[in-house]
Write a protein that binds this ligand. Sequence first.
Ligand code: GBH
Length: 492
Amino acid sequence: MRKEEFLKEHQDLFHKQVSRSDFPPDFVFGVATSAYQIEGGSNEGGRGPSIWDAFTRKKGTIIDGSNGDVAVDHYHRYKEDIELIAKFGFEAYRFSISWSRIFPDGTGTKVNEDGIKFYNNIINSLLEKGIEPYVTLYHWDLPLHLEESMGGWLNKEIVKYFAIYADTCFANFGDRVKNWITINEPLQTSINGFDIGIFAPGRHENSSVEPYLAAHNQILAHATAVSIYQSKYRDQQGGKIGLVIDCEWSEANSDKIEDKVATARRLEFQLGWYLGPIYDGEYPEIMRETLGDKLPKFSEEDKNLLRNSKPDFIGINHYTSRFISHITETTGGPYFYKAQQIERIAEWEGGEPIGEKGASEWLYVCPWGLQKLLTYISQRYNNIPIYVTENGMDDEDIDAPLDELLDDKLRVRYFNGYLAGVAQAIKNGANVKGYFAWSLLDNFEWCNGYTKRFGLVYVDYKNGLARHPKSSAYWFKRFLKGDEEKTSKKED
Ligand code: GBH
């Protein structure tokens, strides 16, 4: 791909000054987190263990040997954290509920009232400040008992337990929570959990089968929860429910037909794998052709369920983009990539990186990718309402004077560029309803432990987990409060 030509065609979003007025007035701006990454309090309030508690204890799984036992202690500091969300002017907060705080062994036999109380406190504190809660039911922290006793997502019985858990959350919180997300990034559970094995439960032994089974059961669990919400709660509570898919943008590496086909295939394997069943009642044709019997089948009953449980919106988690080319040699490497026969390229023709690099290996700053992704989803899936439920970048955890650590210039450029991309996608017709920055706080970044920092707010791990807002948090504040504050240079 030739950079000059490409960027001429897809305008350079970094140089647009984006403002709140580029978005519809009812567009929602929020900030996001997830339970295991921030809560800590792992043995408090009756919480049962999750697969991440067990996984982080295995040698070699987490780069710095850390875990989420304390994380950033949001369990005790949620009030302070909600103050921060309010201070920067966010209108919404996306967080996840830890399943094993509600049902310590996951089975739904005994509701843990302390868990209910904890999330009631969070929801009520948010509403007091006028912040709309967006609640994810599952952000990867499966109750350990469900993994150990029955194989977790590999066993179809999990659908039943997820349904009880979801129902319990709707019943307890749905009078105040109007936006529900069933599952976060089922792709990551499938691939990193059951093929590559870098996420809990860390399996890779049967990677030509298990990822597809784990995906299948997540899709059915999602649909069952939607169906419960829509039949039992929606009329009374008046909320909406959807799921969150993660997707990089894929751009063909050349005009060669095989590269274009590989790119389309890649998008089907990321988005279509989940949105296909949910919208069309079936996996994408290319997946069925490629995987044959390895891909589970939906029964008539399943199809009926899928037909009658269409989500109200789709959440998209998006961070980065890649050029894709077709390969014929697929020896070695995770099964998933073999199944797609793709090469994922992070360079322009000539060797320059596809974008500035974040701290994570996989993260390059390419705002045009989000614009293209939103347009693609709108066109491919019948103009469904979309929320960008995560978007952000990370810095390395380094030792430097605090004021330098807090002045996150690249992150400010990232948000400005990606938001300009969202605004452009909306102008071009995409039905985007809201945007959530990832993440409120530096936190436990899964297999990277505390070595990568995605926060708008710096957390000082060496000094009592003190919170220090970064420049990007103040950037959002000015952006969200609009022109009235733009004129005042003062940053409190
Ligand atoms: C999100 O996933 C998660 O929802 C969130 O919890 C997390 O903190 C955030 O990302 C930042 O990582 O090494 O090339 O195989 C985004 C999906 C999953 C993208 C892991 C990168 C590794 C890609 N991410 N993936 S690679």
